[in-house]
Design a binder for this molecule. Structure first.
Ligand code: ADP
Length: 175
């Protein structure tokens, strides 16, 4: 039985993440989706909300589990018995950061390798921050996220004041 960990922020989950999850679930016996609780980027959704939105999105995938974590990714990978860390690659700039993380993680845990899946054409430029920015400006995000995520975005944005909305900005594709 081979388990892989797909770690990320998922603020919120997009169809680009789900594409990687579906393809990863077909490659490994078990895929654990790890929701990092406190990343250095500012978040729109709480950890509980991010986990809940993901769980609903992967409900049909029987070998996928969603868990939150708040420790080093390689330590969490060891805790769940993962032999691989799964990541998605979009643009060339992803490669630089992902390769640095993969090399660092392998030096910390040589028994765990990083497996990167290439983006699917439809989702090449899709990121959580693009979805948030579009939703903030009233754009239609229905082709970018599952329906329950589009609704959660609308509800969340409705509850924000102008100052809080101002904080939602595309800093980079990685956000
Ligand atoms: P992180 O903060 O760890 O980058 P994200 O939630 O932004 O968390 O992304 C998690 C993983 O999903 C990363 O490996 C990222 O490159 C990948 N990913 C995000 N969007 C896409 C996409 N549209 N296509 C392929 N991979 C993606």
């Amino acid at each position: 039985m081979t388990t892989a960990l797909f770690p990320g922020t998922f603020d919120p989950v997009t169809n680009g993440h789900l594409d990687i999850i579906r393809r990863g679930a077909a490659l490994f016996d078990t895929l654990v989706v790890g929701v990092f609780a406190s990343p250095s980027k500012s978040l729109l959704f709480s950890t509980e909300e991010r986990v809940d939105l993901l769980r609903q999105a992967v409900a049909d995938l029987k070998n996928v589990e969603v868990k939150d974590y708040n420790l080093l990714t390689v330590e969490f990978a060891r805790d769940v018995g993962a032999k691989a860390i799964l990541r998605g690659l979009r643009v060339i700039s992803d490669f630089e950061l992902e390769s640095q993380m993969a090399i660092t993680n392998r030096s910390l845990a040589p028994e765990i390798d990083t497996v990167c899946l290439m983006y699917s054409q439809d989702y090449q430029f899709l990121s959580s921050s693009i979805v948030k920015e579009m939703a903030k400006l009233g754009g239609d995000v229905s082709s970018l996220v599952p329906p329950h995520v589009a609704i959660a975005l609308q509800n969340k944005l409705r509850g924000l004041n102008e100052e809080e909305k101002e904080k939602i900005k595309i800093v980079s594709l990685k956000d």
